[in-house]
Design a protein around this ligand. Structure first.
Ligand code: LLP
Length: 402
């Protein structure tokens, strides 16, 4: 068992800690499930973009799925080969497109016809051929939280099949575009295979149409989205997941790409926070901790459940809200959770915090972003320093008038 107390003594509180061995196991399990075909796992950097985390996956042979030029640069800096990097996202700017093309990454994933026009123009300006894929929106309900559902026509992501077909034909006839992939991603924290399987069926049949049109697609990208156990929920079996892909690709010479984020890092991570006070308002009990919604926003943003362990010996449980110091009622980690009585400086460990934890954190209330720690074997090491007050004001202080 990881010694969180030692960690806080060394690095302070609050902090994020990530188990690097766990990440490796997750990666290897997925790679094993895909063993029967050529495959590339492109880690979705948005889940946890710490350079040391990306570098850990780079060493395992992973590629990267990025959604901004900043993420592309992080991936390259962390050692992901350029030819394994995909650049997705509904709104890429001209300058991002230009930089991505100059960097010669694997492909730019297009999300609209208008975007294809821009990419073609920029490629022409650079006198090069842009490798592209198109994100197909299969209009399948992924059965997840509406904020992280992306595969329905009412969502802003991708294009319908007819538009996609038009785009591929245009690309085929363009001097400056080369279509190399087809892509979909219907949502995140998916715990049911059926919607993914249905999307695979729709998009692979579209892929066969493209092949018939002599459009030489090399990559079938099934997106990310594999759900994890936050609350004891049963999620997707990797073997079934891989099979549902393979059975639709029989006879096709194609590399499968998948873009998991949460699956690789979610349950590797812990958010460790100290108890400041307990207080009782009439019959409501509050545990006030030094971490807050600016550090881990998932509970308040998605009503997400994260298990919480209190590191003390008290056994008697009663309901409490775990809240932070921020001036908002939405600043909480748990509501009406059965937890033991706590004392000043007791530690709380909030689980499943490795994905969309630190990357969604902010400086709200002028709170410095917390330290990040790697756990590997029996060792721990810092992989991002805690932000200081000076860090937070660095870009403003020179403009202060008196
Ligand atoms: N590929 C694409 C195109 C994506 O948009 C995403 C996630 C992924 C891959 C990785 O999905 P994953 O394997 O991690 O489910 N902040 C939310 C999740 C937002 C996901 C956005 N896109 C949360 O905390 O639940």
């Amino acid at each position: 068992m990881t010694n969180f107390k030692n960690m806080v003594d060394s690095y302070g509180s609050p902090l994020f800690a990530y188990d690097f061995d766990y990440m490796k196991n997750q990666y290897e399990e997925l790679k094993e499930a895909f063993r029967a075909r050529k495959s590339l796992i492109c880690y979705a950097v948005k889940a946890n973009s710490n350079l040391s985390v990306i570098s850990h996956f780079a060493k395992m042979g992973a590629g990267a799925d990025c959604v901004s030029i900043g993420e592309v640069k992080r991936a390259i800096m962390a050692g992901i080969p350029k030819y394994k990097i995909i650049f997705s996202g509904v709104g890429k700017s001209d300058s991002e497109i230009k930089e991505a093309l100059k960097l010669d990454i694997l492909m730019i994933n297009l999300e609209s016809e208008a975007e294809m026009t821009r990419v073609e123009l920029v490629a022409k300006e650079l006198n090069m051929k842009a490798r592209i894929s198109v994100r197909v929106n299969p209009n399948v309900d992924p059965l997840t939280h509406p904020y992280i559902s992306t595969g329905l026509h009412k969502n802003k992501f991708g294009v319908d099949i007819n538009t996609a077909k038009r785009m591929y034909i245009k690309a085929k006839n363009s001097e400056f575009l080369e279509a190399v992939g087809v892509h979909f991603h219907i949502g995140s924290q998916l715990t049911k295979l059926a919607p993914i399987a249905e999307s695979i069926k729709i998009v692979s049949s579209f892929l066969r149409n493209l092949k018939a049109l002599k459009i030489n697609i090399k990559f079938f990208d099934v997106g990310g989205g594999i759900g994890i156990d936050y609350e004891g929920e049963k999620t997707i079996e990797l073997y079934d997941y891989a099979q549902s892909i393979f059975m639709n690709l029989t006879g096709l010479d194609i590399t499968v790409i998948c873009e998991p984020g949460r699956f690789l890092v979610g349950n590797s991570g812990y958010f460790v926070t100290k108890v400041l006070y307990e207080k009782q308002n009439e019959d409501k009990r509050f545990i006030i901790v030094d971490g807050a919604m600016n550090d881990l926003v998932r509970p308040t943003l998605y009503q997400a459940y994260h298990k919480i362990e209190v590191l003390n010996d008290n056994k008697e449980l009663s309901k409490a809200d775990v809240v932070g110091p921020i001036c908002e009622s939405g600043d909480y980690f748990a509501k009406d959770r059965e937890l033991p009585q706590t004392a000043h400086n007791d530690l709380l460990v909030i689980k499943s915090a490795g994905a969309y934890g630190f990357t969604m954190s902010s400086n709200y209330n002028t709170r410095g972003r917390v330290a990040e720690i790697a756990i590997e074997g029996n060792e721990t090491r810092i992989i991002r320093k805690r932000e200081s007050f000076d860090n937070m004001i660095a870009l403003e202080k020179d403009y202060l008038c008196n």
